[in-house]
Design a protein around this ligand. Structure first.
Ligand code: G3H
Ligand code: 13P
Ligand code: NA
Ligand code: ZN
Length: 305
């Protein structure tokens, strides 16, 4: 069933498990996300960025909503990185049940003001809101505290921000970054900061940039002719630990991009004569489903629906 983000994330925070928020851009991705959630009895969030809305529009939103409405598990349709009040309201008009207003690049006061405006409008329509405080980016383990504090989320500020905005869930900067190149080896995640923010707050926390960039997927990507540099993602254990301390929404896009490309590359590499789209996109959907299943097991959302 199609539900709000809060309906999924409040129980997750209370139960100390994470829920995957997977980005979709087409039917096959959407099917992989929702069908895997049903298979594993897991709640799930399907999210569309503004780029996804530009690409798939209401057609894609309707595919998500239809699958969600027919699903035997709770599914939310979320706007990822909404850049303005107008963008958030447009998504609500399209039938989204959760929206993000990302005003994290503004100063604290302007971030509060912009977020608050979206919260008031969204709540009037029964829609829940994600906002962000801090700047995403990779960090070194031994970076000096002042440098960390310059862009990672400050716990005291997080408390103030939640009070002043009424946001339903908050994305925090803890060392993750978007994309397939999150650092060398195992990227450093500031677990102490997550634990502190988790202790001082009670709303669900959100981790962006949480793809694992699995080594086996990268190896298959290369073996099938792909060219990728020093790819690195978030370690499964870092996500397990984070979900014990307040992280409830875990954003994953890159892993699905890599998985779908691996599926497509492998088919075309092994069979250059193939041109039936079902034989090309079908395996991509299967590789994505396997990656989603792994993530749901790591986050502990299996069996929670
Ligand atoms: O955080 C960004 C997501 O990976 C969405 O990316 O804006 O290219 O759709 P996109
Ligand atoms: P990844 O690039 O790690 O998949 O992060 C996606 C994300 O944060 C979407 O908002
Ligand atoms: Na988001
Ligand atoms: Zn993000």
């Amino acid at each position: 069933m199609l539900v709000t983000g809060s309906a999924i994330l409040v129980p997750a925070r209370a139960g100390k498990y994470g829920v995957g928020a997977f980005n979709t851009n087409n039917m096959e991705i959407t099917q992989a996300i929702i069908h895997t959630a049903e298979k594993l009895r897991s709640p799930v969030i399907v999210q569309m960025s503004e780029g996804a809305i530009k690409y798939g529009g209401q057609d894609l939103a309707n595919i998500v909503k239809d699958l969600a409405n027919r699903a035997s598990v709770p599914v939310a349709l979320h706007l990822d990185h909404g850049s303005s009040y107008a963008s958030a309201l447009n998504a609500i008009r399209m039938g989204f049940t959760s929206v993000m207003i990302d005003a994290s690049h503004h100063n604290f006061e302007d971030n509060v003001a912009e977020t608050r405006r979206v919260v008031e409008a969204a709540h009037a329509m029964g829609i829940s809101v994600e906002s962000e405080l801090g700047r995403l980016g990779g960090i070194e383990e031994n970076i000096i505290v002042d440098e960390k504090d310059a862009f990672l989320t400050d716990p005291e500020e997080a408390v103030q921000f939640i009070e002043q905005t009424g946001t339903d869930y908050l994305a925090i900067a803890i060392g993750t970054s978007h994309g397939a190149f999150k650092g060398k080896g195992r990227p450093y995640i500031d677990q102490a900061r997550i634990a502190k923010i988790g202790e001082m707050t009670s709303i669900p926390l959100v981790a962006h940039g949480s793809s694992g960039v699995p080594a086996d997927i990268i190896a298959r990507f290369r073996a099938a002719g792909g060219d990728i540099g020093e790819a690195a993602g978030i370690d499964d254990d870092d996500l397990r630990q984070a979900c014990q301390h307040g992280i409830a929404k875990v954003n994953v896009d890159t892993d699905l991009r890599l998985a779908s490309t691996v599926g497509i590359r492998e088919v075309l590499h092994a069979n250059p004569k193939e041109f039936d789209p079902r034989k090309i996109f079908g395996p991509a959907r299967e590789v994505m489903s396997q990656v989603i299943e792994h993530k749901m097991r790591v986050l502990g959302s299996v069996g929670k629906a």
